[in-house]
Design a protein around this ligand. Structure first.
Ligand code: FAD
Length: 421
């Protein structure tokens, strides 16, 4: 039988999932005096998310910095993630302006390095109890409100009570399911496969992304000289692709413009992937519950933004609830503030991504912005800010940027059609 830990709250906050979002939230909350139980279903402290290309966008840098992880990441060999993107108009190659500040960056760092690092930092933080091998199997609810979790643990079933339960348990969030949080789902009509390689040099030593309309491909240099290669084709290609997975993967890479020399590289992992990865959005709060990371919003992996938003949402939650989670003030009001921030910051991104997940070619606005970014340095920088999720769709498509793109393309057309002497 499930035994309550104590009639009073043993913890202020219980977090389900010690991945990126959960570990970050545990650290940030505990530093503000909140007592946190951080539950992780896996018992190995070195466990990590295998299915990820782990390019962490620049919007996450301030959170990594606040967590104190930047020196450890640099020491572990994390690669600052400069990138160039292939389009049918040529390469978009964002560079810092001659007299301007450096471009903001995040890191390419394998999850086998990042996940254990952030989890161990959480475990070392005073006020955090990391409980490994604890799988959340239900919620404790009183008068329509969540007041704790039930978990299967090495010592049997446990009931752990807290003022707030945080679901940081990924795209199939158990907390969201048990709290009956409705989910909005959008089909993703692409599939993805990836593998890690050694001895796979890339032009300029930086990340490459190929927009092949509708297919996509990526090469990301990572820590320890490892390059992640990923292909994200239209699902129409899936049956033929799967008939010969390795052959199809290699053929896809060989056919890329400026293809990396895949045949002389050494593959050091299996080719793994996902053939069904819908986009999901959930309201980020319910009475006594908050959702962060993929539990709140699962994006399309092709944009490589989930890790950054896992970290950012942990910070938004902390800023909203830290003082009320300890019993002072109105927790529901704080949760509403968090849910509002989450919606305001991410809904427009997800709307665009859901449309692009239909595996369609670029629409007219994307054609305008991408073609101009391939021809103009300042628009390439603007594109970098959007891809890094430092600006949202509204600022990306602001009237001045759209007008500039139109003028760049007009000049390009005039130059191309001008008679040669
Ligand atoms: C193919 C692919 C490529 C990707 N590439 C990128 C990329 O390049 N860049 C990027 O930013 N994002 C990428 N993503 C997305 C990224 O992996 C996720 O957005 C990110 O891992 C979300 O972090 P999280 O902490 O919310 O969830 P997770 O990393 O999924 O962590 C959830 C944790 O909760 C635990 N858990 C689950 N259920 C329970 C339970 N019932 N009880 C207790 N614990 C539980 C899990 O064991 C896990 O430790 C990619 C995704 C895919 C599928």
């Amino acid at each position: 039988m499930t035994k309550p830990e104590s009639a009073v709250h043993a913890y202020d906050v219980v977090i389900s999932g010690a991945g990126l979002a959960g570990s970050a939230a545990a650290i940030l909350l505990a530093r503000r005096g909140v007592r946190v139980a951080l539950l992780e279903r896996r018992s190995d402290p070195e466990a990590y998310k295998v299915l990820c290309t782990h390019s962490i966008t620049a919007n996450a840098y301030p959170v990594l910095d606040e967590l104190g992880l930047v020196p450890a990441l640099e020491k572990a060999g994390a690669v600052r993630n400069e990138a160039r993107w292939h389009t049918r108009w040529g390469w978009i190659e964002p560079r810092a302006a001659a007299a301007g500040p450096p471009l903001p960056y995040g890191y390419n760092i394998r999850r086998s390095t990042l996940d254990p690092l952030i989890r161990s930092r959480a475990a070392e933080t005073p006020g955090v109890d990391l409980l490994l091998g604890h799988q959340v199997t239900g919620l404790v609810r009183e008068a329509g409100r969540t007041v704790g979790v039930r978990a299967s643990a090495p010592q049997g079933e446990r009931e752990i009570r807290a003022r707030l339960v945080v679901g940081a348990d990924g795209k199939d969030s158990a907390v969201a399911k048990f709290a009956d949080v409705p989910v909005r789902q959008h089909e993703n009509t692409r599939f993805a496969y990836l593998a890690h390689f050694r001895n796979l040099p890339l032009p300029g030593g930086i990340a490459q992304t190929w927009f092949l309309e509708p297919d996509m491909a990526y090469a990301f240099p990572n820590d320890d000289g490892v390059t992640v290669m990923a292909v994200v084709p239209d699902k129409e290609r899936l049956p033929a692709f799967r008939d010969d997975l390795e052959g199809s993967f290699l053929a896809f890479v060989r056919a890329l413009p400026e293809a990396p020399p895949i045949d002389s590289a050494e593959r050091i992992t299996k080719i793994i992937g996902t053939i069904d990865h819908p986009l999901r959005s959930r309201k980020a709060s319910a009475p006594g519950v908050a959702l962060i990371g993929d539990a709140a919003l699962t994006g399309d992996p092709l944009w490589g933004v989930g890790c950054g938003w896992a970290l950012e949402s942990a910070r938004w939650l902390t800023e909203a609830v830290a003082s009320t989670a300890t019993g002072r003030g109105d927790l529901d009001k704080a949760l509403a503030t968090y849910a509002r921030t989450h919606r305001r910051r991410l809904t427009a991104h997800q709307t665009l991504a859901a449309d692009f997940a239909k595996a369609r070619p670029f629409n007219p606005v994307e054609r305008l912005m991408f073609s101009a970014a391939a021809r103009d340095e300042s628009l390439a920088r603007h594109m970098h800010l959007f891809a890094s999720r430092l600006i949202g769709p509204l600022r990306f498509l602001n009237p001045a940027a759209v007008a500039k793109a139109a003028s760049v393309n007009l000049k390009h057309r005039r130059a191309a059609t001008a008679p040669t002497r």
